[in-house]
Ligand binder design. Structure first.
Ligand code: GCO
Ligand code: MG
Length: 408
C-alpha cells in the first residue's frame, strides 16, 4: 500500500484551518489538522515543501516509522511548527488505519473507558454580572463544567479573552484585522485584588456541583501565582490554568508548596520533553497538550501514558482554533484514556463548520460522545473548502502600564 498524493488546504469559516489530506493507491484517504493559531502558513509550508515530497510512496500503515522518520530525520527537532506538521501527518495516518480496520480509532487504542467525555465551555463577561449570565447560559444548556473569565475593575484594557462591553461576544475570537497585534494593558494588582472574590461569588451563586475552571494565561510571577492559588482554595476550582509562563518549570514548585488548588498546564507544549519534568515531579494535575501542536496521536499517547503513571489527568487544549479533526483525534483519546480528565470544547456547531467537516460526533448534557464511524469519524468537503482562503490574524500583545512587555 502506498501514499500517492497529499494536499494542504488553508482556510475556513472565520478560522485559518490547516487541513492535510493524504491519498493512497487503495482509494482510502486520511485527514489531519496542522492549524497553528496565527502562524498557519508555516506548518502548511513545512508540509508542502519538506514533508509531502518524502511522504509520497511511503506505506501509510507504518505510522510509527513515518513519525520517527520525520522527527528524527529533521535534525532540528521539536518546535510548534514542525510538530504541528508531523501531527497532521500522524493524525491522517491513524485515520487511514482506522478506515482500513473498519473501526473507530478508540477501538485501536484499547476501546472505550467511558461513554461520554466531560467537556468544559468558555463563559466570559465584560464584568462579573455579564459573566454570571454567560455561566447561567451554559448551565441551562447542560454543561457540568465551565471556564470563567471576566473583565476586572480598574484594568486599563479588556483582559485575556473577555469582551469590552457586556453582551458583546461570548467567545474570544482571533483579531483578523492584520498581522500587527492589538496591545492589551495588564495590571496584576487589579487582578489579584478582584479575581479571588469574583470566583467566590460565582461559587456562591452556582453551588458546589458546577465544575469551575479559570485561566490565568501566564500572567503571574511564581510568588503571585502561589498567593493566588492559595487565596482561591475555598472556591474549590476544578483547575487553575497556566498561572505562570511554563518555561520556568521550577516555579511550579512554589505554587505546590503553598496550595492544593489543581494546576493545568501544557497548551503551548509540543513535546513529551516539555512535559516530562512537570509530570515526573508531579507539579501539575492536568496536562493540556493538543494533538495538533504536540506531534499527533502517536506522540500525545505517550504523554498521556506517562501522565497516568503520576496521577495526572488529561485536559486537552480545545481552543476555537483547533479544527474538528484535532478535536476528533482528542475525542478518541478521551474515550480511551484511563486518566482522562476533561476536554475544552468550543469548536463544533456552526453550520459552515459542519458543512466543511461533516461528522456525527455528538454533544449531550455536557458530555462528548465520539462517533463510531471508522477512523477519526470526520470528513472534509473540498468543494466547501474552495470558499475559504487565508486571512492574516494575530494574538494581542500585552504590556504593563509603564510599557514593559508582558506575557499574553
Ligand atoms: C485556552 C487558551 C486559548 C489560547 C489560544 C491561543 O485555554 O483555550 O488559553 O484561549 O489563548 O489557544 O492561540
Ligand atoms: Mg489556556
Amino acid at each position: 500500500m502506498k501514499i500517492t498524493n497529499a494536499k494542504v488546504f488553508v482556510g475556513g469559516p472565520g478560522k485559518n484551518y490547516v487541513t492535510l489530506k493524504i491519498e493512497t493507491d487503495q482509494g482510502v484517504y486520511g485527514l489531519g489538522d496542522a492549524t497553528l493559531n496565527n502562524r498557519e502558513t508555516l506548518p502548511a509550508a513545512y508540509l508542502q515543501d519538506y514533508l509531502i515530497p518524502c511522504l509520497i510512496g511511503m506505506d501509510p500503515r507504518r505510522s510509527e516509522d513515518i513519525w520517527q522518520f520525520f522527527y528524527r530525520g529533521a535534525y532540528f527537532r521539536r518546535g510548534p511548527i514542525a510538530m504541528a506538521a508531523f501531527g497532521a501527518i500522524d493524525m491522517a495516518l491513524w485515520d487511514i488505519k482506522g478506515k482500513l480496520a473498519n473501526m473507530p480509532l478508540y477501538q485501536l487504542f484499547g476501546g472505550k473507558s467511558r461513554d461520554g467525555a466531560l467537556v468544559y465551555a468558555h463563559a466570559t463577561g465584560a464584568d462579573l454580572p455579564d459573566l454570571m449570565e454567560s455561566i447561567a447560559h451554559y448551565v441551562d444548556a447542560g454543561y457540568k463544567a465551565v471556564r470563567v473569565q471576566c473583565g476586572i475593575p480598574g484594568m486599563p484594557s479588556a483582559s485575556y479573552a473577555v469582551p469590552e462591553t457586556p453582551g458583546a461576544s461570548k467567545h474570544y475570537i482571533t483579531d483578523f484585522s492584520g498581522i500587527r497585534p492589538k496591545i492589551e494593558i495588564w495590571d496584576t494588582d487589579c487582578y489579584m485584588r478582584y479575581m479571588p472574590g469574583a470566583l467566590a461569588e460565582i461559587r456562591e451563586r452556582f453551588g458546589p456541583d458546577l465544575k469551575l475552571l479559570h485561566d490565568v494565561h501566564h500572567r503571574l510571577t511564581p510568588r503571585e501565582a502561589a498567593q493566588f492559588a492559595k487565596a482561591v482554595e475555598p472556591v474549590n476550582l476544578f483547575w487553575l490554568e497556566d498561572p505562570t509562563p511554563a518555561e520556568d518549570q521550577t516555579a511550579l514548585k512554589l505554587i505546590r508548596q503553598h496550595s492544593t488548588t489543581p494546576i493545568a498546564i501544557g497548551e503551548v507544549f509540543n513535546s513529551l520533553h516539555d512535559c516530562q519534568h512537570l509530570i515526573e515531579q508531579e507539579l501539575i494535575d492536568f496536562i493540556r497538550v493538543a494533538v495538533t501542536y504536540a506531534g499527533g496521536i502517536t506522540h500525545v499517547k505517550r504523554i498521556v501514558e506517562l501522565a497516568g503513571m503520576h496521577h495526572i489527568r488529561t485536559g486537552f487544549h480545545g481552543a476555537p482554533s483547533h479544527s474538528p479533526l484535532c478535536m476528533a483525534a482528542q475525542a478518541h483519546l478521551n474515550a480511551w484514556a484511563p486518566n482522562f480528565g476533561i476536554q475544552e470544547y468550543l469548536v463544533l456547531g456552526t453550520p459552515e463548520c459542519d458543512a466543511l467537516f461533516p461528522s456525527d460526533h455528538q454533544m449531550q448534557d455536557g458530555l462528548f460522545h465520539v462517533s463510531d464511524a471508522p477512523g477519526l469519524g470526520v470528513d472534509f468537503d473540498e468543494a466547501q473548502a474552495a470558499r475559504y482562503s487565508y486571512a492574516p490574524g494575530s494574538h494581542p500583545v500585552v504590556r504593563l502600564q509603564d510599557g514593559t512587555l508582558w506575557n499574553y
